[in-house]
Write a protein that binds this ligand. Sequence first.
Ligand code: AFD
Ligand code: MN
Length: 386
Amino acid sequence: MTTDIKATLRAQRIETPSWAYGNSGTRFKVFAQKGVPRDPYEKLADAAQVHAHTGAAPTVALHIPWDAVDDYADLARHAREHGVAIGAINSNVFQDDDYMLGSVTNPDPRVRRKALGHLLECVDVMDATGSDTLKLWFSDGLNYPGQDDLRARQDRLAEALSAVYERLGDGQRFLLEYKLFEPAFYATDVPDWGTAYAHCLRLGPKAQVVVDTGHHAPGTNIEFIVAFLLREGRLGGFDFNSRFYADDDLMVGAADPFQLFRIMHEVVRGGGLDPRTGVAFMLDQCHNIEPKIPGQIRSVMNVQEATAKALLVDAAALRAAQDAGDVLGANAVLMDAYNTDVRPLLAELREESGLDPDPMAAYARSGYSDKIAAERVGGTQAGWGA
Ligand code: AFD
Ligand code: MN
């Protein structure tokens, strides 16, 4: 059993976001950190550190235009030279002044055309980088009742999504991301998994839903959403992070490791770890006060630990207890796996893969942090571009 679990964990791939390595903060303050990358090339170098120490993070999501370059083939080459590859392409229709009243759902057709143009440019970037996944998040929404027509905005959204869907090439897909709140305060045009699912269902199999674990009302049963979407073949992937109160973008598993375990249990139960399902395990986090690279390393480790625990669930015993209506017995089977310390198993796995059993300590010893702080002087540090 351990051999199988190790093989599955060895095959697990977790994607880190380029924007996690830049400065980030809240509307109150962005705290600049020493050594932060100044361009996509340096971001990829930092992301490569996460993969080098964990062995589980070989791809890096880009965000356009933050990571726009003249020559994507050269950027892809740079990534390969550092042992990583470009992953999902994230669109950005939330930071241009034209988008104040929305992007693809804006009442002004000129703005809608501009937003759609950007989305189609992102597919061009996919063609240039060989990425198969476009991630679409719309901050579009309203601050007041009556401000605009909720139904008309869905019509506009559907029109834009259809145009992007038609543009996708073979082997390409888009992941539609929902978010209950922020930056809009009254209504968001893609607020929940049902809205995202309905739009994807209408379009076809190349449209799937991405579950950002910070994008729900407090107390939402996220693992139910995961189980449902996976069963429907519409779980495109995750934007993993964790939250205490809002979309806090903290290290995944840091606020509620039990919830992350329950999510990964549904992934394992539904076959979502099989690469053929295409479920993308992406991180989407912004570490405002934590050092960037170690924050990503810890997050990758947290996903690995939750996955290892989920793989330890005795599926036969669980099913037997469930079928027998043995409430406490079934719960005990799940809790038994959750309460297992899987760190020795993961340490062993890393050593067998030629890695240091403790990625955090290995990174700290590497001196990379001091190196980039000393070298990266001048230039303009990457950030959220807000
Ligand atoms: C913001 C949004 C959303 C999106 C991310 C990258 O809330 O999570 O995936 O930016 O564009 O965090
Ligand atoms: Mn996200």
